[in-house]
Structures are given as C-alpha cells and as structure tokens.
Design a protein around this ligand. Structure first.
Ligand code: R5P
Length: 300
C-alpha cells in the first residue's frame, strides 16, 4: 500500500525528517486562525483522490509555540483526521510526539476533569488505526483504547547524545521521587552501574508552586538531571541548583519535551546548567536529538 505523510503545522522539521527516513511523499497543510479565533486547516492538495485507499501518517505535536497554542494544535489534529477520513484514507496512523494535557491524568482537586484521558478517547473514537506518542507523561491515559497505541521511549537516543558530549562519571538525578523509575531506566543507557538519585519535590495543588530538598553525593560528578517535560523550568532549575550545591561538576538538563516557557532558558542556565537538551518533539533551539529515525523505525 502506498504511504503518504501529512506534515502537521506543529511538526514541520520532524515530519519532514520522518518522511525522508521512510522515503515517502510528504504533504503539508494550509492553516490559519480566523479573526474570531477559530482555526482553519486544509491538507495542501488539489486532487483528493491521492488519499483514497492510501496508508496515511499524520505527524503533529501538540505543544505550544508562537504559531499556535496546544488547543489550536489539537483542533488542527482533529481537522486533519476528519478530512483524511472523508477522503477515504485506508489506514490512518497518528503520531503525536508531544501529547498535551497528559499531566491532567488524575483528579488533584474536587471538580476537575481528567482531560488527558478525554483527549485520547476523542482521538481514538475518530476511527484511526494506530496512535504513537513519545515518552507520554502518564501512560495510564493510554489504557482502554480501540486503536493500537504505542508509547515510544526516547531515552537511549538522549543518552547517546549526552555520551557524545564526553560526559563521564555520570549520576542521573531525578527532580522528583515519582520519576525515579524512569531515571533508573534512563541510567542503564550510560552503563549498568550508573548511580541514580533523586530530590524530594512537592507541588502545591492550589498555587502550582514547587518545593524541593535534598543533599546528594555528587562531588565532581557529571550530573544528568532528567525529566519528561520542561515547562516553565522551575522544577529543572531548582534541581540543578541543589545538584550544584551537592558538588556536581557538570550538569546537563535533559527532557524529552523541552517546552521552555516563560523564563525557562534563563532560570535553567542561571541555576548552573552547562547545557539544555531536548528532542524535536518540540521544535526549538534545544531540539538537539531527533526522534525521526526512532519513530520511522516504529512505522516501517
Ligand atoms: C511534572 O510532573 C513533569 O514531569 C515536569 O516535572 C513538570 O511538568 C515540569 O514543569 P516546570 O518546568 O513548569 O517546573
């Protein structure tokens, strides 16, 4: 079956890289926001019959950027799925490198919505065949779907990049006890006995403010502080400051999805990070590790 890849507005670099890896035709989109705030999107083709009976892959991240917030990105994704269904694609494969709302996976305060689950249920109910996400914040939200869902793990390629920088005598530090299992899995890629440690973090559910504490044995170590998401950089910056106070020599701030909102760049570098490293799930200046090969291998 012929394959076509639709490069969503939010994943132009990564979408093209995946199409090149797969050696398949890429089609972009025309998109804009109407004066009343509604989104518009069309698949950029003149002849709809090119889609009929084809296997079509959509690549669209849903992180915020200057050309659209996460709500707009989700609406664009739904529009792409809807138009491809209407054009009678035979198989529809959705790749969402960064899945927005995945942090809303449980009820923190009375009256909330578990919106992360709902996003998945909406996409799943549209008659798609396969859905791929990368290092999703909570895999719980992927349970109970009709379509085949895969959570791709980017830890090995992130570790390979850090090793290529010459980091040695590494300790992997988790900014949060809850993420320590993830950090343990990550540490294995630096060598079997790579130590893992963590700080104690808590977040006020009303204000969102974080507090973190701990003193670790990091003297003269190269420290990799790893998280799935860097949003405002508060978590990462606090962990880096504590790592430096614990004697760390070099500190690498690593996240699969480096959204870098507000003053995140300043906060993290000011706290003492030597480098910020993310993947191209979010297209910005720290997307140093491309997910293209990894995702393409899953799609082959
Ligand atoms: C939370 O559980 C996530 O894993 C990240 O730690 C969090 O999203 C980071 O947010 P921020 O950069 O705003 O502190």
């Amino acid at each position: 079956m012929d394959k076509i890849l639709i490069v969503g507005p939010a994943s132009q670099m990564l979408g093209m890289r995946i199409a090149q890896e797969l050696n398949i035709r890429a089609i972009n989109t025309e998109f804009k926001t109407f004066p009343d705030g509604e989104n518009y999107l069309r698949i950029n083709l003149e002849d709809e019959s090119v889609i009929k009976e084809k296997e079509v892959i959509i690549v669209q991240s849903t992180g915020p950027s200057s050309s659209g917030n996460q709500n707009a990105r989700l609406i664009e994704l739904l529009m792409m799925i809807d138009s491809l269904k209407r054009m009678r694609a035979k198989k529809l494969i959705i790749v969402i490198p960064y899945l927005a709302y995945a942090r809303q996976d449980k009820i923190f305060r009375p009256g909330e919505s578990r919106f992360g689950d709902l996003i998945i249920r909406i996409i799943d109910s549209m008659g798609i065949d396969e859905l791929y996400v990368v290092d999703v914040h909570s895999s719980k939200i992927l349970a109970d779907t009709y379509s085949k869902i895969t959570n791709i793990d980017s830890m090995k390629i992130l570790a390979d990049y850090i090793k290529s920088l010459g980091a040695k005598d590494i300790v992997v530090v988790s900014p949060d006890k809850g993420a320590v299992e993830r950090s343990k899995a990550f540490a294995q890629y630096f060598g079997e006995n790579t130590p893992v440690d963590y700080f104690e973090k808590s977040r006020d559910v009303n204000t969102g403010d974080i507090t973190m504490s701990g003193k670790l044995s990091l003297k003269d170590k190269d420290v990799v502080v790893s998280d799935d998401i860097i949003a405002t950089g508060g978590t990462m910056a606090t962990a880096i400051k504590l790592a430096k106070e614990s004697g760390a020599k070099k500190v690498y701030a690593v996240a699969t999805h480096a959204l870098l909102l507000q003053n995140a760049r300043f906060r993290i570098l000011n706290a003492g990070a030597d480098e910020i490293i993310g993947t191209d799930s979010i297209d910005n200046e720290v997307s140093k590790v491309s997910l293209a090969k990894l995702i393409a291998n899953h799609l082959k």
